[in-house]
Structures are given as C-alpha cells and as structure tokens.
Design a protein. Structure first.
Length: 256
C-alpha cells in the first residue's frame, strides 16, 4: 500500500514536509485512547491486544504502535510480553503519593500567589467547578475536573514559579484518573464545599499564610474523599474487570 502523507510546514526552511498518514492516525488514536483511559471509561487493569485495538479504532499496525508507544511513555499503558497490553492499574499508593506532593506544593503556590491573582478570572473558574450539567455523571466529572484543574493552575501560574507549575500540572493530570475512578465508578460528582471561595478571598486580600492554610486543608479534605471512593471502586471493579477494550472507545479513522 502506498502510504498517504499530509503536508507539514518546516520551521527552518519554510518547505512543506509530508507527515505519514500512519503518524497522523496514530496520534489521533493516542488522543482518543488517552481520554478514555484518564476518564476511566476504560478501567484500570483492562487487558487488550494490538489486534483488538486495530479493529476497534479501524487503524493499521503502524498507527497502532505509534499510539501504544505514546501511551506507554505516559505511563498509562504497560506492555506484557506475549500477552498484549494492560491499562496501568490504580492503587491506594498512587492516591497517597499524588496527594502527598499536592500537600507540599499547593500551599507554596497559594502563598506565592497571594496579592497577585485576578479575582474575576478565579471566580469564573470557581463557578465552572459548580456547574451541574444535565448529562451523565461521567461527563459531569470530566467537566468538573477540567474546571478544577484550571482553577488550581491559575493560582500556581500567579505565583510565578514555572517549575512549580510544571510539577503541579503533572500531578493534576494524574489526579484526574484517580478521581475519575473513585467518583465515576461510584456515580458521584465531587463536592468542594466552599474552599475555593474562601481561598479566593485570602488570595485577593494578600493573606499569604491564611491562603496557604486553606489550600492545605482543601487538599487534605479532597484526599480523604478521593481515597474513600477509590478504595470502594477498586473493590467493585476488581469483581468485573474487563478483558478487551471498552466498546465506548470511538474510532480514529478508516486506515487499513
């Protein structure tokens, strides 16, 4: 088969380069699968083969391997020699580690952001966290997690520490999967009470110590809620752990 190629602009010469269609479709498959894995629509521990993935996403072997390699690099899929692949399991230790680091970093971010935040921007993000969509719980959780991530990243960015931002961004990405498993499997939307509102008040007023304390308490409370839900979900999902990909994964395009 002659491989189709898509044009791409070279940044140095201005020449048009051709990107193989297998690369484009592999990247599309990666994005699609990553969303499904992070949202736990494909449950942790799910096993599958290249053939299953190729059939489900309607892609060829080259595209399939590009997607799998990126997922493995992200740490959300693991290769099992001669047995295919497995979505990386979630453990109680994962929850402990992610939140232990958040407990260190988020008070530092809040302290550094005190007196430097945009109140209107934070209030818009806070309101987005509370929006209750007329849709299934899974989509509600997806929307909440995106809004919640944006809220916490806005505070970290206001603190002006780029290394802190990069580290916290990675932790919040990992937390997305923990929350999706804990709350999604239980069919419950997270509740953040009034912590965000109080945090905004202290940040705007420039009360660094008070903002750091609210941030610490907020992370502790959310950690305890998440741990409870994750433990319950692990017990339930262990009894019904699927073999093969979830049928909800969308196709990436008809490559053969």
């Amino acid at each position: 088969m002659t491989e189709e190629r898509a044009p791409s602009q070279s940044s140095r010469t201005g020449a048009v380069l051709e990107v193989p269609s297998s690369t484009l479709k592999g990247n599309q498959a990666y994005e699609s699968l990553r969303r499904e894995i992070v949202s736990c629509r494909i449950l942790p521990g799910t096993r599958f083969t290249e053939a299953e993935l190729m059939e489900r996403l309607d892609i060829g072997k080259a595209s399939c391997r590009i997607a799998l390699q990126r997922l493995i690099q992200d740490g959300v899929v693991a290769s099992m020699p001669r047995h295919g692949y497995r979505v990386t399991p979630i453990t109680v230790k994962d929850v402990e580690e992610v939140f232990a680091l958040r407990l260190v970093l988020e008070p530092v971010a809040a302290r550094g952001a005190a007196g430097r935040v945009n109140r209107a921007h934070l209030e818009r993000l806070e309101q987005a966290c509370r929006v209750k969509l007329t849709t299934d719980v899974g989509n509600q959780i997806d929307f909440f997690l995106e809004a919640n991530r944006s809220f916490h990243m806005a505070i970290a960015e206001a603190a002006g520490n780029q290394r802190l931002c990069r580290t916290l961004s990675g932790l919040l990405d990992e937390m997305t999967r923990l929350v999706a498993l804990g709350f999604g499997v239980q069919g419950i939307r997270p509740n953040i009470d009034n912590d965000h509102t109080l945090l905004i008040e202290h940040l705007v007023a420039g009360h660094a110590d008070a903002a750091a304390e609210v941030a610490r308490r907020h992370v502790e409370t959310f950690r305890d809620m998440t741990m409870e839900k994750v433990v319950a979900s692990l017990r339930e999902s262990a009894a019904v752990l699927p073999v093969g990909l979830s049928q909800t994964v969308p196709a990436a395009g008809g490559e053969r």
